[in-house]
Design a protein around this ligand. Structure first.
Ligand SMILES: Cc1cc2nc3c(=O)[nH]c(=O)nc-3n(C[C@H](O)[C@H](O)[C@H](O)COP(=O)(O)O)c2cc1C
Ligand code: SF4
Length: 380
């Protein structure tokens, strides 16, 4: 039975653009990683499934694949080893859900990208019901330095269980947005304020909050972002970002680091994300299909001055009913941002209900926070 390796280059998580950087500027690094991983797995047909909106990148990948082939690194009998490998680039149609590995496989098979019920997992029954490994672009590109310096040396980079390096795509209200490779020994504060990384916040504004790992992970207010609930400096590691669980922590997630300054509105931000998840739900399970729609509508009401105080508790109830009750984790991904926004910024939701006109004016660009938002305590 054939085995397949699939490279997940769908990268549609809002705030995330590190895979784009790797594919655009270092395509041969990815091809080398795919070659090594395919050899280890015994995959002779390997696929790169790339986000449809990355319209210009398949040409870059195809060119690099052709160069590798010309030099005997792809095709038949690679470098005389007897190993054959073809790499195919498949464009997605622009659906976030096709980044979920089983939806991706369905899409690759030419079907609608609906997630499958697991088990069976792709490693047992994946592409065309054959054993399939699906890994992210960054994961597969990292195979190259690991092989070059050896696993033991590579694991010496970083701290604790956060070994190796991590790509962070930083954006939002920072002076230097971009993709940074970090060795996971720096603090969140250093990452935001040092000139080597984000360079601080423009126009002297204060830090209000951050979504540290792509739109699906919990937003953290500045005080909990820079210090854990134990009062320790929050580090850019898997463990430290998750310290306190979702009560006071968040996650590294996709490495999409979105910074919000004091002028940003958490209600507005949460509504925008809720719209995204509702739009991207594949609709197979009712808690996700209906729940994302309800969250979007309730948030719309609060944001546009038609909300009631009881809507905040209603929102909390809806997100709880979605989490853990769906076929794939998109449901959780839609619920967590809403839960965290209410958990940490409830006063801002209440402010919107109490000040419907001020909120509405701001949204139409007429007034910029007629009343100061009640988040000063959280801003640093
Ligand atoms: C809704 C949803 C969207 C996802 N989108 C992506 C994506 O764009 N890229 C990606 O690598 N993984 C995405 N994933 C995770 C994949 O299912 C899978 O876990 C990942 O490709 C495994 O790669 P890794 O173990 O190398 O990180 C998504 C998961 C969900 C639930
Ligand atoms: S959780 Fe949402 S996206 Fe995932 S299978 Fe269910 S309806 Fe589709």
């Amino acid at each position: 039975m054939p085995r397949y390796l699939v490279c997940n280059a769908d990268e549609t998580e809002p705030g995330t653009f590190k895979d784009r950087y790797l594919m655009e500027f270092l395509p041969h690094l990815l091809i080398e990683g795919l070659l090594i991983a395919s050899y280890a797995l015994g995959s002779h047909s390997t696929y790169i499934y790339i986000r449809g909106e990355y319209a210009w990148i398949p040409d870059i990948l195809e060119e690099a694949i052709a160069e590798a082939k010309q030099n005997g690194w792809l095709g038949k009998n690679i470098q005389g080893t007897g190993f054959d490998l073809e790499i195919y680039v498949q464009r997605g149609g622009g659906a976030y859900i096709c980044g979920e590995e089983t939806a991706l496989i369905e899409s690759l098979e030419g079907k609608r990208g609906n997630p499958r019920i697991k088990p069976p997992f792709p490693a047992v029954k994946g592409l065309w019901q054959c054993p399939t490994v699906v890994n992210n672009v960054e994961t597969l590109a990292a195979v190259v330095p690991i092989i070059n310096i050896g696993g033991e040396e590579y694991a010496k980079i970083g701290i604790g269980k956060s070994t190796g390096t991590k790509l962070i795509s930083a954006c939002g209200n920072i002076k230097k947005p971009g993709v940074y490779e970090i060795d996971m020994t720096i603090s969140v504060e250093e990452f935001i304020y040092s000139d080597e990384y984000c360079g601080g916040i423009p126009k002297g504004r204060r830090l209000k909050a951050c979504i540290p790992g792509g739109s699906s992970v919990p937003i953290l207010p500045a005080n909990l972002l820079l210090k854990t609930a134990k009062g320790e400096a929050r580090m850019m590691t898997y463990e430290s970002l998750n310290d306190g669980g979702f009560a006071t922590g968040s996650m590294m997630g996709s490495g999409g680091f979105v910074v919000l300054d004091e002028d940003q509105c958490v209600v507005r931000n949460t509504y925008t994300l809720a719209r995204f998840y509702h739009h991207e739900s594949c609709g197979q399970c009712s808690p996700c299909r209906e729940g994302t729609g309800w969250m979007k509508r309730v948030l719309h009401n609060i944001e546009y001055g038609k909300g009631k105080m009881s809507d905040i508790d209603l929102l909390w109830d809806i997100q709880r009913k979605i989490e853990g009750n769906t076929i794939c984790p998109l449901g959780d991904a839609a619920a967590w941002p809403v839960a965290a926004a209410i958990r940490h910024f409830r006063d801002e939701f209440e402010w919107h209900v109490k000040n419907p006109n001020a909120a509405q004016q701001r949204n139409f660009g007429i007034a910029h926070y007629a009343d100061p938002l009640p988040v000063a305590a959280a801003a640093v």
